[in-house]
Design a protein around this ligand. Structure first.
Ligand code: DGI
Ligand code: FE
Ligand code: FE
Length: 187
């Protein structure tokens, strides 16, 4: 891995977040092997998926503004939703990533969306199951991720939605859309 990129990511994200990112890269590589996804693309998308998860929160809004990212009401109230779409812009401009599939995987890694590509699904679930995550019920999702991407995402989304409801948080329309469509496809 390019040491200059790692240095940049370490500076923006901090050591602990960088470690999370590298664990996601490892999981994404394994999932790519199993599911027949381009390994290089999976590694690249994983490496940059949280590139806008800045340690300094002020940078987030400023940077979103610089990139003309339109913040809807849900994003304004739940700023943790901004780092996906912003990350795609930063990956494109700062890290010169051109592949649209990779950029989408970064943009939608937090919420998911309807009609996700296999790469997008893989990054969504790799982020959820990396070994540092300790949610309740995670083992079942970990196992499913290697057997059936769609089923694992559905379960992860259900658990995320339950978490959001318990914490009185707004639910992104993309998350609901993603879940509805997956459920329709699976039935
Ligand atoms: O960036 P990571 O921590 O690695 O993981 P992530 O990008 O999946 O972000 C997780 C956070 O995003 C977690 O606090 C839950 C939150 N989240 C996920 N979906 C939604 C959401 N928050 C809101 N408000 N609405 C959502 O639909
Ligand atoms: Fe993230
Ligand atoms: Fe992440």
């Amino acid at each position: 891995m390019d040491s200059k990129i790692l240095e940049n990511l370490r500076k923006d994200l901090g050591e602990d977040r960088l470690k999370h990112v590298l664990r996601v890269v490892d999981v994404a590589r394994e999932l790519a092997r199993v599911h027949g996804v381009d390994i290089k693309k999976a590694e690249t998308a994983a490496l940059f998926h949280d590139c806008a998860k800045f340690q300094n929160k002020n940078n987030l809004l400023k940077s979103a503004n610089d990139f003309d990212i339109i913040l809807d009401d849900i994003m304004m109230r739940n700023t943790e939703l901004i780092h996906g779409p912003l990350g795609a812009k930063i990956a494109e401009t700062k890290y010169k990533i051109k592949d649209e599939d990779i950029l989408k995987a970064i943009a939608y890694h937090t919420t998911g969306r309807k009609n996700m590509s296999k790469l997008e699904k893989l990054i969504y679930i790799a982020d959820y199951i990396e070994p540092g995550r300790k949610f309740e019920g995670i083992e079942r999702v970990r196992k499913l991720a290697f057997e059936d991407l769609d089923k694992s995402i559905l379960l992860a989304m259900d658990q995320t939605i339950i978490f959001l409801i318990k914490n009185d948080k707004l639910i992104s329309i993309d998350t609901l859309d993603a879940r509805n469509h997956l459920l329709m496809e699976l039935n």
